[in-house]
Design a protein around this ligand. Structure first.
Ligand code: NAI
Length: 385
């Protein structure tokens, strides 16, 4: 099957590489010729490095490179069995492009979007036959991150879902099916990793370095929340949070942080601007964390309790299966354990008590426990017995 990828930027290039490595002929289209040239030279470098490391043979590298045909003409998709769109995150632009895609591609061609924040239903509405729309959400960098969220919308047919899932499974990715709701699984469940960390800082409980230390050294996370926000970019991370917040009709659980907004307004984006929560300049000296175990444990417990609550609520609302939700967080954002298995280990009753204490103390809806957590504590049930 010929795979079409629309948009040759960060995500599109990565998705095209994955498809080509899995033996597909790929048509990669971008409006901008220079983007396509850059995508080509980057792929050549990646392939050379993989050959050098002995991960692939030079024949495999050549095959992957020759599998990708690049074009600025959207008509090049005319023989594709699927087109995965990864262009600018703008609904107006996407809907226009999707209705064009429907006219160009063959009858049974699946039309997929890699969108992070738009609803699949809203993109599908631009099609005459919206049963072929689906969300196929890769993580950055697409060739390295195993997780792919598969998002059928209300219009998607069973056939489209089955074919899309089989295809991505055949690329040795871990797929999870999730509901067409804001943030899908990963970007919804992960919100408190940033939000609660920012809140802990705002209350003056600890500085950025100490919160990061607690999450990496005590929690076993690969990166602390502030290092991660600096990596993603405070401008980008803030907008994602604000979008999720609005999409959830202003549920206080997802409320963005003034701290992050001010950092973003000041241009303190993180690594890409040389300064964010930490300084990345040549002679930068960053404050060392306060390595106080009791404080660290308190910070870790508070953030983990919020993450678990979010994961439990996602099960409660059928956003994905419990297996999907645990896989999503370990394979999409490298969490050291699935949040639901972690909750089983700690005891849901312990986490419920922490949430109830916070809810009583703060009187804020953000700390309300998921009804499923209460139910399971009452019945003594575990997620994975
Ligand atoms: P990017 O800015 O690197 O690339 C977008 C590309 O689309 C650009 O090269 C641009 O020239 C091209 N483009 C724009 N309009 C076009 C059109 N009408 N026809 C053809 N090409 C067009 O963006 P990135 O980061 O690759 O994101 C693309 C999509 O993937 C967005 O929907 C984003 O939400 C989603 N996404 C991004 C992730 C990330 O970490 N960057 C992760 C997962 C999803």
């Amino acid at each position: 099957m010929i795979v079409g990828v629309l948009g040759g930027g960060t995500m599109g290039s990565g998705i095209a590489q994955v498809a080509a490595q899995n033996g597909h002929k790929v048509v990669l289209v971008d409006l901008n010729e220079a983007v396509l040239e850059l995508s080509k030279s980057k792929l050549a470098k990646i392939m050379a490095r993989l050959v050098e490391k002995g991960k692939i043979s030079s024949e495999q590298a050549d095959e992957t490179k020759s599998n990708i045909q690049r074009s600025t003409d959207i008509q090049s998709f005319k023989d594709c069995g699927i087109v995965i769109e990864a262009i600018v995150e703008n609904l107006g632009v996407k809907t226009k492009v999707f209705s064009q895609l429907e006219d160009i591609t063959p009858e049974g061609c699946i039309l997929a979007s890699n969108t992070s924040s738009l609803s699949i239903a809203s993109i599908g509405a631009s099609l005459k036959d919206s049963s072929k729309i689906i969300g196929i959400h890769f993580f950055n960098p697409a060739p390295l991150m195993p997780l792919v969220e598969i998002i059928p919308s209300v219009q998607t047919s069973e056939e489209t879902l089955g074919s899309a899932k089989n295809l991505i499974d055949s690329w040795s990715k871990v797929t999870v099916v999730c509901k067409d709701t804001p943030g899908f699984i990963v970007n919804r469940v992960a919100r408190p990793f940033y939000g609660e960390a920012l809140r802990i800082y705002e209350e003056g409980i600890a500085d950025f370095a100490t919160i990061d230390w607690a999450m990496t050294e005590i929690g076993g996370f690969r990166m602390g929340p502030f290092t991660l926000m600096d990596y993603i970019g405070n401008d980008v991370n803030y907008v994602v949070t604000a979008t999720v917040f609005e999409s959830f009709y202003y549920d206080p659980r997802y409320k963005p942080s003034f701290t992050q907004m001010r950092f973003s307004e000041a241009g303190y984006y993180g690594r890409k601007s040389g300064k964010g929560f930490f300084d990345y300049g040549e002679n930068a000296t960053n404050v060392a964390p306060t390595e106080d175990l009791a404080l660290g444990k308190k910070i870790f417990d508070r953030i983990l309790m919020m993450l678990v609550n979010e994961a439990v609520d996602a099960v409660f609302l059928n956003i994905g299966s419990k297996e999907a939700i645990d896989l999503a967080m370990t394979k999409g954002v490298n969490y050291p354990k699935g949040l639901l298995s972690w909750a089983d280990e700690i005891g849901l009753d312990v986490i419920l008590k922490q949430l109830e204490d916070m809810f009583a103390e703060y009187g804020e809806d953000r700390y309300r426990p998921s009804p499923l957590m209460r139910r399971m504590v009452e019945s003594g049930e575990k997620f994975f017995a």
